[in-house]
Write a protein that binds this ligand. Structure first.
Ligand code: G4P
Length: 533
């Protein structure tokens, strides 16, 4: 094998690709915006934020997004800072989010979890966190909004540990909160970073640091606060988990930071530590073993998201792929493993803070979107390597909402089937059928209820088909992992439904958790899974 070029190696080593996860309103957008400020990608904080302006320019492709004022799709932001090239994968935290949000996590090497200090762990964070742990990627916690009344620090840490089942290691420790917030104490350097919000985060601002035993500290921190801090630190040092880079890398220990994104406090400290504790792109599993970007000289990537009709005038589809090794050049020919032929990757683009930009080159760790003439599926591998390996597929995530779909005008059967299949291929919805019915009776499952509206809207607008959606009471789906199962003999609860997916794999739909437990108890050896692999 010929040597991988130093230039490519250096480019990949500089890459840090991570996703930001949070419950809506915890401050993900504000934090992202401050990161970009440090990278110089934007001049003034606020340009990402404007929910009606810049942010929409990124994903302004569907009326629903505009109507609801939320971002349905996730985007990628790239910026340079401190010698690193950073890719941030944005994951919509809205409860209407789709499976895309989960899939985006498959393309990240680590995750940053933003938590509102007054609320602790919330529902959406819990869901996204599950996928992070499944992948064993490092998870960093930023506890935000310390300038507001916060929960007790120990309580917050306990909440993360109990709710999410991951050990925590606070890198710094807050002094007060809300009106009494004075800053954070760095447990390593034993310095206090003093809080000031004079700049309101529009500039990078100076941070004042002062040693914990410096008498001058009393000018900012009261005696009561100082003795409370010392007591808490002593307690934490005695009982808390010690920092271990190895456990952080395996996703078993989350370094925790406190700050206030809005006032730009603690953000740069977080960024610097984070960059030091994460790694450049690591090897990924393929059917021919792990592919290491430091050894594999050829280009390889996998598709994790397909977005249709980014541009209404052209009815185009964009396939988003995560580059895993090598160098990408615009217009290059690559081998599409699943399609079994060569394809040219044209119109490559990257999502920047407020625009889509055409690119010439990209490297392992980067995310690019390329024009898709309708041949790619989620999980597909593209490579220039003669070895023709395929990356491990992306699991299908369990939908939580189900509806029976019927076409209003039965004359348009062909369009209906074509439309619904294409939308399913893009991964926006999942299609299920009962065992004894044809395509006229379809059950659609979605991760976020908004996808039902997306389905209806797209079938009407793109395929000229009207549909009727009748909600079904199911909330849980489980793939049956046993290959030798006799479905007729399977005994479940009366409200359970047996269905199959597009690949013919058997599944069970349940109304509640209890039915799942009953069914598992009644059928010895039955193996049910939340992910379809
Ligand atoms: P999200 O992307 O996670 O949904 O959260 P986003 O950043 O949009 O923040 C949600 C709200 O919380 C915003 O206020 C934002 O200004 C505020 N916020 C974010 N970080 C902090 C912080 O550190 N301290 C305080 N006090 N507030 C913070 P909003 O009123 O909903 O929006 P806007 O009117 O300010 O734009």
């Amino acid at each position: 094998m010929s040597q991988i070029a130093d230039e490519i190696k250096n480019q990949i080593k500089k890459r840090r690709t991570f996703a930001i996860i949070s419950h809506p309103d915890a401050g993900k957008t504000t934090l992202t915006e401050k990161f970009l400020l440090y990278g110089g990608a934007i001049n003034l904080a606020g340009s990402v934020k404007g929910k009606a302006t810049a942010r929409h320019a990124v994903s302004d492709w569907m009326e629903i997004e505009k109507e609801r004022g939320i971002s349905v799709t996730s985007s990628v932001l790239q910026f340079n800072y401190g010698g690193y090239c950073i890719n941030i994968l944005d994951t919509p935290g809205h409860q209407d989010f789709s499976e895309d949000t989960y899939r985006t996590l498959m393309a990240a090497d680590s995750a940053v979890m933003v938590i509102d200090a007054s609320k602790g762990v919330e529902a959406q964070t819990r869901k996204l966190f599950k996928v992070c742990t499944m992948r064993h990627i490092p998870i960093f916690t930023f506890i935000n909004k310390m300038d507001r009344e916060a929960m007790d620090t120990f309580e917050l840490l306990d909440d993360i540990e109990n709710e999410l089942g991951i050990a925590t290691c606070p890198v710094n420790w807050p002094i007060g909160s809300g009106k009494e917030f004075r800053g954070v104490y760095d447990r390593n350097t034993k310095m206090v970073e003093l809080f000031s919000d004079t700049h309101k985060g529009t500039t990078q601002g100076e941070v004042m640091k002062i040693a914990i035993d410096d008498p001058k500290l009393k000018e900012w921190v009261t005696d009561t606060q100082l003795s409370q801090l010392k007591e808490e630190i002593e307690l934490q040092d005695g009982a808390g988990a010690e920092f271990s880079q190895e456990l952080v890398s395996k996703g078993e220990l989350s370094p925790v930071f406190f700050g206030s994104a809005l006032t730009n406090f603690g953000v740069e400290t977080f960024l610097l530590h984070f960059l030091g504790m994460t790694t450049s792109p690591l090897p990924r599993t393929s059917d021919q073993g792990a592919v290491d970007p430091m050894e594999e000289k050829d280009f390889s990537a996998f598709v994790f998201k397909i977005q249709a009709n980014m541009n209404k005038a052209h009815r185009d589809r964009i396939a988003f792929m995560r580059i895993c090794s090598g160098e990408f050049e615009a217009g290059m020919d690559v081998y599409h493993i699943q399609g079994g032929k060569k394809v040219r990757l044209s119109q490559p683009q990257q999502m920047m803070a407020s625009e889509r930009k055409m690119i010439d080159k990209a490297y392992g760790g980067d995310i690019i979107g390329v024009f898709d003439p309708g041949i790619f599926s989620i999980g597909d591998t593209l490579t220039t390597s003669a070895k023709r390996f395929a990356y491990e597929g992306i699991p299908t995530f369990a939908p939580e909402h189900f509806a029976r779909v019927r076409q209003v005008d039965t004359m348009k059967r062909k369009q209906f089937i074509k439309g619904i299949n294409q939308i399913a291929q893009e991964g926006a919805i999942q299609i299920f059928q009962e065992f004894n019915t044809g395509m006229e009776e379809i059950i659609v499952g979605v991760v976020g209820v908004l996808q039902f509206d997306v389905l209806k809207y797209r079938l009407e607008n793109e395929y000229n088909v009207d549909i009727r959606l009748d909600n079904l009471p199911y909330e849980y789906i489980r793939w049956i992992e046993n290959t030798d199962i006799d479905l007729d003999k399977l005994t479940g609860t009366s409200d359970m439904k047996k269905v199959k997916d597009l690949k013919g794999r058997p599944l069970l739909l349940f109304v509640n958790d209890w039915s799942i437990r009953m069914t598992t108890e009644r059928n010895e050896g039955l193996k049910l899974s939340e992910f379809g692999r």
